[in-house]
Design a protein around this ligand. Structure first.
Ligand code: HBI
Ligand code: FE
Length: 298
């Protein structure tokens, strides 16, 4: 996965060793035209191959809401046209897509989300990056994130996350809020019919992590706990060592609406985060074997 602290400003030139997107023509909100007609056949073909591989794994391991959303987007045949997808999205949940050159600053990102605009990177990864890349591309952003935005509950949660950004920024606590995004939107797992399934975009856009996160018998799977999440460090360049599991998408709303973030930020923002590779007191640990037994009682 990725993490960037050095942002490019709209209009600034590219140099090597930096974000690879072209920021020269970006607006102040970092929006760019998608220019759908400019994608090459090779790029559309790369999308088709990525799609085909991931959709097979997703059917086995991804959340119902993700699969439903993906189907409605009808995007197997090539890099999707954001305008068409935005029409489907806005009809369903009031969201739309805005094309961006790549990673954008926190405050701009939060503002887009709060206003139900999801920033999607316009370029696609290179041929040698089919398994892994360090920056989000159109496959991660669109295939990974957009299907869940067709779910009304998840759509509301994402907008609320964006709206929470301002206070986190004012209180110097963006890293704490960002961990909520990381462990839900990017790497969230959900319990469905006695199985662990993935709804996080970082998982469902990765072949290796789709299988690992949902089937590895030893990785830590902890019941959703927002304060624990805000205190927990995460890995940016390897599979996660802890995943947080929700029982239902509505838990993202109910678990967060009543939370008074101010005092939590005050209390923990200066303390070292908890390591991600070990359980903490108070964790509800979820074992795959227990789940299968649960399923027989349904
Ligand atoms: N920009 N394009 C893009 N995509 C992201 O996922 C993203 C971003 N900027 C900031 C950001 N994520 C996170 O650091 C925020 O959740 C804090
Ligand atoms: Fe992402």
């Amino acid at each position: 996965m990725w993490y960037y602290t050095d942002m490019k400003k709209p209009g600034s030139a590219n140099s090597s060793n930096e974000l690879r997107g072209d920021y020269t023509h970006a607006a102040q909100d970092y929006a760019v035209p998608q220019d759908h007609g400019a994608y090459t056949d090779a790029e559309h073909d790369r999308w088709r191959r990525l799609y085909e591989r991931q959709v097979g794994l997703a059917r086995k391991h991804a959340a119902r809401a993700f699969l439903d959303g993906l189907e409605r987007l009808d995007c197997a045949d090539g890099i999707p046209d954001f305008e068409q997808a935005s029409a489907v999205l806005s009809e369903a949940t009031g969201w739309r897509i805005v094309a961006v050159p790549g990673f954008i600053p926190d405050e701009i990102f939060f503002d887009h989300l709060a206003n139900r605009r999801f920033p999607v990177t316009r370029w696609i990864r290179e041929e040698h990056e089919l398994d892994y890349l360090v920056e989000p591309d159109v496959f991660h952003d669109f295939f990974g994130h957009v299907p869940m935005l067709l779910d009304p509950i998840f759509a509301d949660f994402m907008a609320a996350y964006g709206a929470a950004g301002e206070r986190a920024r004012a209180m110097d606590a963006v890293p704490m809020l960002a961990r909520i995004y990381w462990y839900t939107v990017e790497f969230g797992l959900i319990r469905e019919k006695g199985e662990i399934r993935a709804y996080g975009a970082g998982i469902v856009s990765s072949a290796g992590e789709t299988v690992f996160s949902t089937t590895d018998p030893d990785v830590l799977r902890v019941g959703f706990d927002p304060v624990r999440i805000m205190r927990t460090a995460y890995a940016i360049d390897s599979f996660q060592s802890t995943y947080f599991v929700i029982d239902d998408l509505s838990q993202l709303i109910t678990g967060l609406v009543d939370l008074d973030f101010g005092p939590i930020y005050e209390r923990y923002r200066e303390t070292d985060p908890l390591p991600a590779d070990r359980p903490q007191d108070g964790d509800t640990l979820i074992q795959l074997t227990d789940l299968r037994e649960d399923a027989t009682h349904d």
